[in-house]
Design a protein. Structure first.
Length: 421
């Protein structure tokens, strides 16, 4: 074939057919009319799978995989199935159509083509089957057999870091070292299955849930008695609070101790994730919660206390007093809808590392709460590009307050829009 002439797919396909049938790459190159260098380049570009040692060099494909192994639902793809995929793609059929013919989901076909196609996106059944076979046989070192990596993970988990945060920090710190990077799912599997790796068996206690095994999520909510015509619901909250574009909007709730006899108040700023813990040493009545909240948030500049979002628990019965003292509107979530305070719910889950369920929370002093809040506020957050909430809050406190120093909600206008006199 003259040099400089573009080679089409039929020629390449014939070359791969010959090599997979056992012909050396040099002979296959000459058979299809290209130079030996071109044929070798095609082979290396396609993955460079092992070739048999021939008389004067390398022979055909060393291991094409088990061509007789049966396939079918619940099994790995067989060569016969890959052949049908190849034929279907050549005929222009979609992944869904091919999947229906083989009794496979379309996603199985899509993953197969993506994983085992040639560099130009073409699919060749024999090449794909050989590639899948060699990938399956390649020994893989389990990353959590690395004692250095395990020590790092254990140290961070002892500080209350989640597996997902650890995974993202490792990817950032060891960006050039794949052996020091691990997915959060691998950490969870090692903790829950305990069959591989060197992580301590008791590290599951460092998870926010303290569970030894995974369990499906449920949800529950507390409902207080609130007149929907007098309170401000989350649908009344301005857009600036919903999209986190403007700082100063807070979400709050209580984390409860044993038999709901003790509690700690939690407040989280939506844009920075900065946490304030409310000390409630005696009880968590509406009066106690209001007093603690007014004291804590009263120290903030006005532009950093634009609004508060809470659920409809009885502890917020004094919401009018809070609203008047802080000059900030209080918005209430819909009943049984904790996801409407997602930032606060996630933070409470992290706080359970220090404040276990079923424990007496009244034993913790104000200093204890400040220490825990400082630890959480100085923890890097992936959602903040690994900045800490303390860094983001410090940056806000260093700025001059904007002209608008509070969430501009006209209470009378909201009631009028609802048709309330």
């Amino acid at each position: 074939m003259p040099s400089g002439v573009a080679v089409g797919w039929p020629v390449k396909r014939e070359f791969f057919d010959l090599v997979c049938d056992g012909m050396p790459t040099t002979e296959a190159s000459l058979a299809v009319g290209v130079s030996r260098r071109t044929g070798w380049f095609w082979w290396r570009q396609a993955g460079g799978m092992k070739l048999r040692k021939g008389g004067d060099g390398l022979g055909g494909l060393a291991d094409a995989g088990d061509l007789e192994r049966p396939g079918g639902r619940g099994r790995r793809l067989s060569f016969a199935e890959r052949f049908e995929i190849d034929r279907g793609l050549q005929a222009g059929r979609s992944y869904a159509e091919i999947g229906r013919e083989l009794g496979r989901d379309r996603s199985v076909i899509a993953r197969e083509v993506k994983r085992n196609c040639l560099p130009d996106g073409r699919y060749h059944a024999l090449m794909a089957h050989a590639a899948a076979s060699q990938k399956a046989r390649r020994p893989k070192t389990f990353k959590l057999d690395n004692p250095v990596l395990c020590a790092l993970i254990a140290g961070w988990m002892d500080e209350g870091w989640s597996p997902k945060l650890i995974s993202q920090v490792l990817a950032e710190v060891y960006a050039g070292d794949k052996l020091m990077q691990v997915s959060h799912e691998t950490i969870y599997q090692c903790l829950y299955v305990q069959t591989r790796g060197q992580l301590r068996a008791d590290l599951h206690k460092c998870l926010s849930t303290k569970r030894q095994a995974r369990s499906p999520r449920g949800h529950r909510g507390r409902t207080g008695v609130y007149d929907p015509d007098t309170i401000f619901t989350i649908s009344d909250r301005p857009a600036e609070a919903n999209d986190r574009a403007v700082p100063g909007h807070w979400e709050g709730d209580l984390i409860l101790g044993a038999r709901h006899g003790s509690a700690i108040g939690t407040l989280v700023e939506r844009s920075t994730r900065f946490v304030i813990l409310l000390h409630l040493p005696v009880d968590h009545t509406a009066q106690s919660v209001a007093a603690a909240m007014i004291e804590a948030m009263g120290e903030l500049p006005a532009h950093l206390r634009r609004s508060i979002t809470w659920d409809r628990g009885s502890e917020m019965a004094s919401w009018k007093h809070i609203q008047m003292q802080l000059n900030s509107p209080v918005f209430f979530c819909d009943p049984h809808s904790p996801w409407q305070r997602g930032t606060n719910e996630n933070t409470n889950r992290l706080l359970r590392f220090w404040f276990e369920k079923g424990s007496d929370l009244s034993v913790h002093t104000r200093d204890d709460l400040n220490i825990v809040a400082a630890k959480l506020n100085n923890r890097p957050r992936p959602t903040l590009d690994l900045d800490t909430p303390a860094q983001r809050m410090a940056a806000l406190l260093s700025l001059d307050p904007p002209v608008s120093c509070r969430c501009e909600v006209d209470f009378d206008c909201v009631r009028w829009a609802r048709g309330v006199p």
